[in-house]
Design a protein around this ligand. Structure first.
Ligand code: HXC
Length: 272
């Protein structure tokens, strides 16, 4: 057995793509006020896109939009909406069209999560996460699709790898994310003929996110002993770079795919 294992280097924020590939493009991102979706938004803005970030907490959204605009030199605006409410999403789309006149890219990223055993989970708790993750993704697609057809744009839905096997205390999230994968696949086949693509990014455990805090209480933030083949947690930058690729012309023939960004998944390393 090897005495030490390879640990993949964390990538820096420099992108391999040209700076201006998303010039004139507009991103509509639910959940963009924080975490993974904010990271994806920043990366796409760094390549020239303007963005609208959508969430429930207007103070946080406003601060994040300012931060993203300052960091990238392009424009981000906040739009307050609860993805469970079709009307509030339609209002966010209206605001986007009034400000920027188009939608090229959509990230369906708003999600809810907490740890609870299936035997103790209330019906409302189960339903709440399905409504945020699954119905929220459906509502986002419905609110944006007519505009994305015009630009022949693309969707990324943010899923997870929890449902590839059973994950304890995640019945609600696992069921919701399995349905998100399915929605994206249907979107890809129905909208491909209109020139619209749809893919899923499925992050593994991602450092510095609310999901990581909820699932581990921040007890598992070190790479030591972590058991995916590349030996570290997912970084937000890993996901952001995948999003840049999937929206870029380099991915113009890729649709209906589910792409785990998880270092190869959890496996036993054989060093026991
Ligand atoms: C059990 C809980 C609970 C908990 C809420 N509920 N938190 N049940 N354990 N910790 C129950 C409530 O009791 C209630 O049921 C129902 O859920 C609705 O709760 P509300 O608070 O009224 O709903 P709401 O205000 O809409 O909030 C929903 C929420 C949300 C899901 C709790 O606040 C949330 O998501 N917060 C965390 C955000 C987060 O973690 N985002 C990152 C997602 S990461 P009753 O029966 O009492 O009425 C992710 C990817 C995971 O999803 C992959 C990682 C590898």
């Amino acid at each position: 057995m090897p005495s030490s294992y390879y640990i993949a280097p964390a990538i820096d924020s420099a992108s391999s793509f040209k700076d201006n590939i998303f010039k004139e493009k507009v991103l509509f991102c639910t959940g963009g006020g924080s975490g993974i979706c904010k990271g994806m938004t920043e990366a796409i803005m760094r390549h020239g896109a303007n963005a609208v970030i959508i969430g429930r907490n207007l103070d946080r959204l406003t601060a994040s939009a300012k931060d993203l605009s300052n960091k990238t030199g392009t424009t981000c605006i906040p739009a307050q909406a609860d993805v469970r409410s079709p009307q509030s999403l339609q209002d966010a789309v209206k605001k986007t069209m009034e400000r920027f006149g188009r939608i090229d890219f959509v990230i369906c990223g708003a999600a809810g999560n907490f740890m609870a055993p299936i035997a103790g989970l209330s019906e409302n708790a189960f339903k709440t996460v399905l409504e945020i993750d699954t119905l929220g993704t459906y509502n986002t697609i419905k609110a944006t699709i007519q505009h994305v057809r015009v630009t022949k744009g693309a969707y990324i839905s943010v899923s997870a790898t929890l449902h590839y096997r059973g994950t304890p205390y995640q019945a609600h999230v696992s069921a919701a994310k399995a349905a998100v994968d399915s929605l994206s696949n249907t979107l890809a086949v129905e909208e491909g003929p209109h020139g619209v693509r749809s893919n899923v990014i499925a992050p593994g455990f991602t450092s510095g996110t609310e999901g990581m805090r909820v699932m581990t209480g921040n007890k598992r933030n070190k790479a030591d002993g972590f058991s995916n083949p590349l030996g570290r947690f997912t970084e937000i930058t890993d996901i952001a770079n995948a999003a840049v690729f999937l929206f870029s012309p380099s991915a113009s023939f890729i649709t209906g795919q589910i792409i785990p960004i998880d270092g190869g998944g959890e496996h036993l390393r054989g060093d026991f």
